[in-house]
Structures are given as structure tokens and as C-alpha cells.
Design a protein around this ligand. Structure first.
Ligand code: FES
Length: 170
């Protein structure tokens, strides 16, 4: 006779019949990897596990976070809380090119407004290039400042910006 599941027993997400075959396969593979890499299933492993996923996938896929919750017995709210507290952990797939334009006063006056408008206009809907703005990056002496794939550049002009964006275009 099979063992009956207790009412409060956690459900393995890989056994969810609504999940598609690919998702179940991915989750099953990750379960094995987590058992090998983090066998003690302790919640103190949450950040190491998230960094492991970030390293493996380049971001934290939603299907993988489900497995993390199951493996470490941690609620989703705690997982998302940790995942959103660290800028190096990404919940979305990384873009090929990420541009952040400083819109602080010094950069705005030095041409940041034009750079942001140009970048927004050239950003594509295919998720290859992501453009956003940020407050003062404390590089005011190098205004206008732009961060490209995590590295800040100073005294950026429109020619440089369009060259970066042109190289990343599909
Ligand atoms: S205003 Fe852009 S770095 Fe300070």
C-alpha cells in the first residue's frame, strides 16, 4: 500500500501535472543538481543557491525558483525578497545591451536628456537593448554619464551612444 501524503506535506513542483514536459524536465534536472550541491537543504543556503542559479542561467528563472522553495523549504515570498534585494541577481533574462543614462542635474544639463531620448528611440522591442534612467551616479565631473552593461562611462556623446547601440542591434 502506498504512503499517504500528510496534509501539511510539501508538494514536489516537478510532480505538478499542469506543468509542461520541458518545465518538468528542467525542474527535475535542477532538483538533482541542488541535491548534489546543497544536500543539507538548509534555508541558510538560500543566497548561495540563488547565486548558483544566477551563474548557471544568467538570471533566476521562475520555474527554478519554485524548485528552490521546494528544496530549501522556503516560501516564495522569502525567495523573491532575497532575489530582489541584490542587484546582481536578475529575475529576467539579461539583455544583450543594457544602457542606463544618468538623469541627475549635472548630466541632464550636459546632454543627458538628449542621450536618454536617443537611447529610448533606438531601443528595440525585441528585448535586445534595454534602456533606463537613474538618479545621480556620483560621476558629475564626468557628465553626462552612461552605464553600459554595468560599466560607467563619462562624457558620453551621441556618437558613442549610437555606436554602442548599433553594435548590439540584431
Ligand atoms: S548628475 Fe550624473 S553623475 Fe551626478
Amino acid at each position: 500500500m502506498g504512503r499517504r501524503r500528510r496534509r501539511d506535506e510539501e508538494v514536489d513542483p516537478a510532480s505538478d501535472g499542469a506543468a509542461d514536459a520541458e518545465r518538468r524536465g528542467l525542474q527535475s534536472g535542477l532538483r538533482s543538481a541542488l541535491r548534489n550541491q546543497f544536500p543539507d537543504r538548509n534555508r541558510s543556503n538560500l543566497l548561495p543557491v540563488l547565486h548558483f542559479l544566477q551563474h548557471e542561467h544568467g538570471y533566476l528563472p521562475e520555474w527554478a525558483l519554485q524548485v528552490v522553495g521546494w528544496h530549501l523549504r522556503v516560501p516564495a515570498s522569502e525567495i523573491y525578497g532575497a532575489a530582489t534585494s541584490y542587484s546582481e541577481l536578475l529575475l529576467d533574462p539579461p539583455r544583450q545591451l543594457t544602457i542606463v543614462v544618468c538623469t541627475g542635474l549635472a548630466c541632464w544639463q550636459a546632454g543627458g536628456e538628449r542621450l536618454l531620448a536617443e537611447a529610448m528611440q533606438r531601443a528595440d522591442p525585441g528585448d535586445v537593448i534595454g534602456v533606463s534612467a537613474t538618479a545621480c551616479a556620483f560621476l558629475c565631473g564626468l557628465a553626462p554619464a552612461v552605464r553600459i552593461n554595468g560599466a560607467w562611462r563619462g562624457r558620453v556623446d551621441e556618437g558613442q551612444l549610437t555606436a554602442w547601440m548599433g553594435n548590439a542591434a540584431p
